[in-house]
Write a protein that binds this ligand. Structure first.
Ligand code: 13P
Ligand code: SF4
Length: 300
């Protein structure tokens, strides 16, 4: 069976669209209608005319699509594909912090559950976190769950106090300054691009701090021929595809998100064939979480 052809056939029959995150397996990216970062995917799904959204990513992304398009059927091809960082903060944590910091604005990275999004004031992604925080009237910001992204934002927005939650991404948090400096020595002409989920000492020693799609855009317009990329290895598929003449290196061993890699091309096919696994959220959660996401979309 030509699985790619079967997927395209089913997609047409069902009026479905396939969205894939930049870290998905190459063959999954290649069958998608759109591949992007969290922000681009949220915007695209909110505008799609399709009846069914197959979300090749992790659960919080599929939930975001459901919240923004509640009338559509949203499918997560592999139901085990979650984001460990998103599970580090609970709605109860947010409620406790609200009592402790009643005057603060609560900003949550999109890498959170729908239930957490329902408790906070505004969402952000790695692409717009600085803009989102700058847009708020409050001087005190509780930022969750990623402490590294919170730190990056605090270096960019000087007139606010940012209280970070202690979450982190196990993939990005593993990049080290030692490996980065080694890579720089080996490739002195290369530009260093780091994702803001990387540790502060790595981010501070990067030339540019960008979301995954921000990295793609940067490498395309930069005069540099070589790049050291501190993000999940899956991005290299697009980086190479869109810049065949340029070279990309990892600081230290390539780092993989096992959760992003759970989704296979077979999962995408079965998802469309059997209409699995549908994202179901309560009306109350959808309505409350939608406010935080829509507020974010107004800022950008
Ligand atoms: P972006 O693609 O939005 O930069 O996010 C990275 C990420 O870790 C998603 O899980
Ligand atoms: Fe979560 Fe990190 Fe994987 Fe992204 S790369 S899905 S933040 S664990």
């Amino acid at each position: 069976m030509d699985i790619k052809r079967e997927i395209l056939k089913l997609k047409k029959e069902r009026n479905a669209v396939i969205m894939a995150h930049n870290y998905q397996r190459p063959e999954v990216q290649d069958v998608a209608d759109f591949v992007g970062d969290s922000l681009e995917l949220a915007i695209k799904t909110s505008k799609t005319q399709a009846d069914i959204i197959v979300f090749a990513g992790v659960r919080f992304m599929a939930e975001t699509a459901k919240i923004l398009s509640p009338k559509k059927t949203v499918l997560l091809p592999n139901y085990r594909a979650g984001c460990p960082m998103a599970d580090m903060v609970t709605p109860e944590d947010v409620r406790k912090l609200r009592k402790k910091y009643p005057e603060a604005a609560f900003v949550a990275y999109v890498n959170t559950t729908a239930e957490v999004k329902a408790e906070i004031d505004i969402c952000c992604t790695s692409a717009n976190a600085v803009k989102v925080v700058e847009s708020l009237p409050q001087k005190l910001i509780v930022f969750l769950p990623d402490r590294n992204l919170a730190h990056w934002v605090s270096t960019q927005v000087k007139d606010k106090e940012i209280i970070p939650f202690d979450g982190y991404c196990y993939v990005h948090n593993g990049f080290t300054l030692k490996d980065l400096l080694k890579a720089r020595k080996k490739h002195p002409e290369a530009e260093v691009l780091a994702h803001p989920e990387a540790p502060p000492e790595v981010v501070e020693n990067a030339d540019f701090v960008l979301s995954t799609s921000g990295m793609i855009r940067h490498t395309k317009r930069s005069q540099a021929r070589e790049f050291i990329i501190a993000t999940e290895f899956g991005l290299s598929h697009r980086l190479k595809k869109e810049n065949p003449e340029k070279e990309f290196y990892s600081p230290g061993p390539p780092r993989f998100c096992g959760n992003m890699k759970l989704t296979t091309i077979d999962d995408v096919y079965n998802s469309l064939l059997k209409m699995q696994h549908e994202i179901v959220l309560s009306q109350d959660i959808i309505e409350r979480a939608k406010k935080s996401l829509e507020r974010m979309l107004e800022v950008i």
